[in-house]
Ligand binder design. Sequence first.
Ligand code: ARG
Length: 579
Amino acid sequence: MLSDLGNELEARVARAVRAAFGIEISGEQAVIRPSAPGRRADYQCNAAMPLAKQLKLASREVGEQIAAHLDTTGLEAPEVAGPGFINLTFTSEFLASNLLELAADTRLGLPLQDPRRVVVDYSSPNMAKEMHVGHLRSTIIGDALVRMLEELGHEVIRQNHLGDWGTPFGKLVEHLVDEGLAGGDEIDIADLNAFYVEASRKFDADPAFAERSRKRVVALQAGDPATLVLWERLLNESKRHIEAVYAKLGVKLSPVDYKGESAYNDVLAPTCDELTAKGLARISEGALCVFPHGFVNRDGDPMPLIIRKRDGGYNYDTTDLATIRYRSQELKADDLLYVVGAPQSLHFELIFAAAHEADWLPTTARAVHVAFGSVLGSDGKILASRSGASLKLADLLDEAVRRATEVVAERSDLAPEQQASIAHAVGIGAVKYADLSVARDKDYLFDWDRMLSLDGNTSVYLQYAGARIHSLLRRAEMNADDALSVPRVELIEDAERALALKLSQYPAAVSLAVRHSEPHRLATYLYETATAFSTFYEHCPVLKAEGPTRESRLALAAHTARVLARGLGLLGIDAPERL
Ligand code: ARG
């Protein structure tokens, strides 16, 4: 079984180059690209042009030499075009037998990778307020990355870096006291945002309140027991809010994954001491600063990470240094992913640079800021509620399910209870997919009609494609396993072959999405697969076909349903068998 056709071609081209010219190239330098659908070839190799420069030969000649030395097992004769593009096409026999092997594999051909320990920082909301839409993105993208990493066999340590410490809690605690909520065990703040807004208003309007709040922060950071009790009470209330959102989303995050800013309180001073002892931190204008090499501001002055303010207080930078030290030294992370909005790019560049200089990150470790863009409303501004206040995620998700209920009811003859669970899958899936299907560093427009549209690149389109296949199998009175146990598949029609090629590219799509931490690469692949299935279904009768042709087409359909369901699952989206 060839689990990654593109990788295989890269390796073969590299060997051909060695045989033809006696030089070594990397897989990447083989420049293998899948061709656009409908093209004559399955893949194109664009290695000849850059190699020609290096070898001082005509590029067409280089292309022809590579083609002549290529191992063509399972391939049609390669064709050299134009300045030296090499068109590569698998034989239909090869694709058919490879597909049967992929279909027989419980992992659909996806190989396990050498396991690495990956710490993924995601969701990480600020607990003084309710989660906003930026944290929704972090939660959804992080969850998809975690699922894909685990599917590839990596050990994932989830870290929800809650913003649960610092100045906002001073005013919240004081407001709590004023509201008479300081007694009793549990508090119930229905609207955490309103509570925060009120506390902030008082902070600005009432100097005595502001003074009390500042003292509270000091008491909190000094570990005053009475203050800690109140702080914890607030935090528990806030956790109930985020957990309600996680439950609605069905994301894999639970209290064992919480390690908020407060958890690092005791190691901030030792972190600063270590940086000072290593000669990396020094006092500048009264504050303790680290100046990572190579970072300068507009005036050409070195750029600081301020790790201890003039008043002795620590901040977000200090905490993130303590955090990266913990993740690498104690959790022994091989890779560190931070799923955080793009505006924090510079912050993470500085943190990573400082961590390298402090020798906290072994050279084999990869620290990556998995940056994402903003979610915009129809006015082109960051998504907010009608009144302009920040939008509550719980409400947003409820609305998604409500709208999905309408979409589903229009087309379904199922019982209401079944419809409810389907509407949940469709509604939550739509919100997640709208987010995951765009390149994550781009902003995207939050548009209900588009995300719930039955055609186009939406989750409900993919869910329908899967459900349609299950209905086909039911009509054939078969389950997917039976349908897949065929002795051979036939790839005679173009649409059959194109679908089989797409299905063979599933392993490559997942590993590419993980390599770049870009779930949209998998989403795009799934959409192309569903489209290839539609074309196949339009051109190739299934139930009306006979004998081996019918069997083969049912097998292609059944494998498509499995790829779609597994792929959607990796994005955290359910694929109901009936819609
Ligand atoms: N709470 C932060 C925010 O909302 C995000 C934290 C991300 N993680 C980190 N290690 N800095 O901006």
